[in-house]
Write a protein that binds this ligand. Structure first.
Ligand SMILES: NC(=O)c1ccc[n+]([C@@H]2O[C@H](COP(=O)([O-])OP(=O)(O)OC[C@H]3O[C@@H](n4cnc5c(N)ncnc54)[C@H](OP(=O)(O)O)[C@@H]3O)[C@@H](O)[C@H]2O)c1
Length: 334
């Protein structure tokens, strides 16, 4: 298999296959939510090809056992575990200050952490939990780390989104459910749409520094993400998804590639359950594929260019979300 060959890449491509021939020595990477699932595998894969990887986690013990597993498989890896709780903006600020203090050039920021389908809760700062964790925490983190990203040679920011973004646009008049009844799938969809719109606007703002950002739908992978699901949720989500343009995290994306996307491939019609190494492959592809330099801001899936729903491709909405997020976190960014 030649991982650089578009026709050879697909839903089953793994991290190690993507990284054949890649050397990340001298590159520092931050991976949020690296204590389990896709984030743990992303950290392992990047470290295995020489990156210094900072595992940004709230469960330090779990991350230490991830590191032990990485060290068992690979000699001489550079890994560090640091505390980050995206539900607390003070924690985000503290983590970012620590990275800026000892990392002049941050080559990769993988905004991977996420929650799905939680009950109605608020973050420390009063945001609805899924929007606050999946989008606002990463919005602040990324912007605080921008000086270090800008100083690196063609840094990349990878934002884990989901086909679940098709479940909802941004709820502009009430994103934090102050006035409307909470709907956990609408909320998850909103947060994953925010990940894509953030990617678009961030890429535009990073352009002068040579850095780029990408949004990723990893596929459907059995991980701890399902921990908040209740009996019947899966079925309800499938039916809800099929009434819209895609079934969220319970199915492969059904969106059709456009003809101007030379790299696109036919997407599988059936649900493909991926292994974790295959689930993390598009993340590491986004982080390392040289050809993606011409596709800043793109939405990726199955190690190819993908097509997000129309509401997540709206550049005006991306600007509006940036401004709204600045107001929410109480800080403006260029
Ligand atoms: N699995 C799928 O089928 C699928 C499909 C589409 C998109 N995704 C996306 O892929 C990403 C990774 O998910 P996964 O499947 O690997 O799930 P996972 O195993 O549950 O991993 C999520 C990670 O995020 C961390 N996290 C959650 N809240 C956090 C917070 N407040 N601060 C810091 N870290 C936090 C979790 O840490 P704790 O253990 O401490 O909570 C965990 O390490 C998510 O963004 C998800 O939306 C996954």
């Amino acid at each position: 298999m030649t991982p650089r060959d578009a026709s050879a890449r697909g839903p089953e491509t793994t991290t190690d296959e993507v990284l054949v021939g890649v050397d990340l020595s001298g590159c520092t990477a931050v991976v949020t939510g690296a204590s389990s699932g896709i984030g743990a595998e992303t950290a392992r894969a990047l470290a295995s090809v020489g990156a210094r990887v900072i595992l940004a986690v709230r469960d330090v013990e779990a991350a230490r056992s991830v590191v032990a597993g990485i060290e068992q498989r690979h000699q001489g890896v550079l890994t560090e575990v640091r505390t980050l709780d995206l539900t607390d903006l003070a924690s985000v600020r503290g983590f970012a200050a620590g990275v800026l203090a000892d990392t002049d050039r941050l080559g990769l920021l993988i905004n991977n952490a996420g929650v799905m389908g939680t009950g109605f809760h608020r973050t420390t700062d009063g945001f609805e939990m899924q929007f606050g964790t999946n989008h606002l925490g990463h919005f602040l983190l990324t912007n605080l780390l921008r000086p270090s990203l800008a100083a690196a040679d063609r840094a990349r920011v990878v934002n884990l989104s989901s086909a679940g973004h098709m479940l909802s646009d941004i709820i502009w008049n009430d994103p934090n459910y102050l006035e409307r009844p909470y709907d956990k799938w609408e909320s998850y969809g909103q947060s994953k749409t925010a990940n894509i719109l953030f990617t678009l606007e961030l890429d535009r703002r990073l352009a002068a520094s040579g850095a780029h950002s990408y949004a990723v739908h990893p596929g459907m992978i059995g991980t701890n993400l399902a921990r908040y699901l209740e009996p019947g949720d899966f079925k309800a989500l499938m039916s809800r998804g099929s009434r819209r343009t895609g079934p969220g995290d319970t199915s492969a994306n059904t969106s059709a590639p456009t003809t101007d996307q030379a790299e696109s491939v036919e997407k599988p019609a059936a649900v493909v359950m991926k292994s974790i190494p295959a689930g993390a492959a598009t993340t590491v592809w986004a982080a390392t594929e040289p050809a993606l330099i011409d596709h800043g801001g793109a939405y990726l899936e199955d190690c190819h260019l993908g097509v997000a729903a129309e509401h997540a491709r709206d550049v005006e909405a991306a600007r509006r979300l940036w401004a709204m997020s600045e107001t929410m976190v109480g800080q403006s960014f260029p």
